[in-house]
Ligand binder design. Structure first.
Ligand code: AKB
Length: 318
């Protein structure tokens, strides 16, 4: 019987992934975990256990006690935070992965999902329609950890037959949980500010084109990849996923269709350099051909869902 453990479930992806997994496989099949003792509000109806993925003993005993078959490992430091604490970022992003891959190698779990990112690409990568296989010289700590992690996933698969699957997520946009520590976070923050006081100061400049994706598409891709027959999974490092590419100006114009007085100004900070090192658009033909990936949300749909649903209290009433 399938028993899923989501590690880092309190984060932006985790909260929505847990709900999708529960709706697909039933509440009893899913355990959410995060570093906090107290269950995050968004998961109060879910099975929850506190877990620091670096605590290998606890991880191992949870897996054995609960008969876990599949792990989705989402605990990580993102690009902006990782630049400020490189050693801890490396430790969390790599040791967490090793702990889980070792459990799979020893046969305690059947399947692993581990997220990679467009951050594996760097300034020397072709910027538009970035191919699945191309130059990868990441210039951030986060990108280096994701690039190394991808190679470790491929190695554990090749050497020990570990069934590990991965996606290179673009920037992810959602309203149920605030993102934290990423470079693409501007494209979430902007909606809270637009609704709160009708203006936003962006930390990346007006020309910054980045690939983004609405969270429903991202979690659907994750589960579709994990549930695809093993024979369809041809890439064991990580799959490119494209989504939609836009600049802050494109986003402003779409928001102005609903809030005509909305204003944006620009004050680029250290995250500009990170954004400039990443692709502007991604080619995801391998995901389309191998396991039938197709994204649904365009910019118009994304903006209307976000403006309808962001709860400004989440960001401003703390
Ligand atoms: C970040 O900005 O660090 C993340 C990512 C693209 O992986 N959203």
């Amino acid at each position: 019987m399938k028993k899923i453990l989501v590690i880092g479930a309190g984060g932006q992806i985790g909260t929505e992934l847990v709900l999708l997994l529960e709706s697909k496989f039933g509440k009893d099949a899913v355990w959410a975990s995060d570093i906090k003792e107290e269950c995050p509000k968004a998961l109060k109806e879910s099975n929850y256990t506190a877990l620091n993925v670096l605590d290998n003993e606890k991880l191992s005993s949870i897996v054995k006690e609960k008969g876990i078959t599949d792990i989705y490992l989402l605990a990580a430091l993102l690009s902006a935070t990782a630049e400020k604490d490189p050693k801890f970022a490396w430790k969390l992003n790599m040791d967490g992965l090793f702990n889980v891959l070792e459990l799979a190698k020893e046969g305690h779990i059947k399947k692993v999902f581990w997220p990679s990112s467009i951050a594996v690409f760097g300034p020397t990568t072709p910027k538009t329609n970035t191919p699945q296989h191309t130059i990868m010289e990441p210039s951030t700590v986060y990108g280096i950890s994701k690039q190394a992690g991808e190679q470790w996933c491929a190695w554990y698969h090749e050497k020990y037959g570990v069934d590990v699957r991965s996606i290179r997520y673009p920037g992810l946009i959602s309203y149920s949980t605030l993102p934290g520590g990423g470079t693409t976070d501007y494209a979430v923050d902007i909606f809270y500010h637009a609704k709160h006081n009708g203006e936003y100061t962006s930390f990346v400049n007006e020309e910054t084109t980045l690939p983004m994706m609405y969270m429903d598409d991202a979690v659907r891709a994750t589960v579709e990849l994990m549930e695809a027959p093993e024979s369809k999974i041809k890439i064991r490092s990580s799959y490119n996923l494209g989504g939609i590419s836009f600049t802050p100006e494109d986003l402003k114009e779409e928001i102005q269709k609903q809030i005509p007085s909305f204003k944006i100004s620009y004050a680029p900070d250290f995250r500009q350099k990170i954004a400039d090192s990443w692709p502007a658009s991604i080619n995801d033909e391998s995901a389309q051909n191998d396991w039938g990936w197709k994204h649904e949300y365009d910019l118009k749909k994304l903006v209307s869902v976000m403006l309808e649903n962001v709860d400004t209290k989440q960001m401003f009433d703390k």
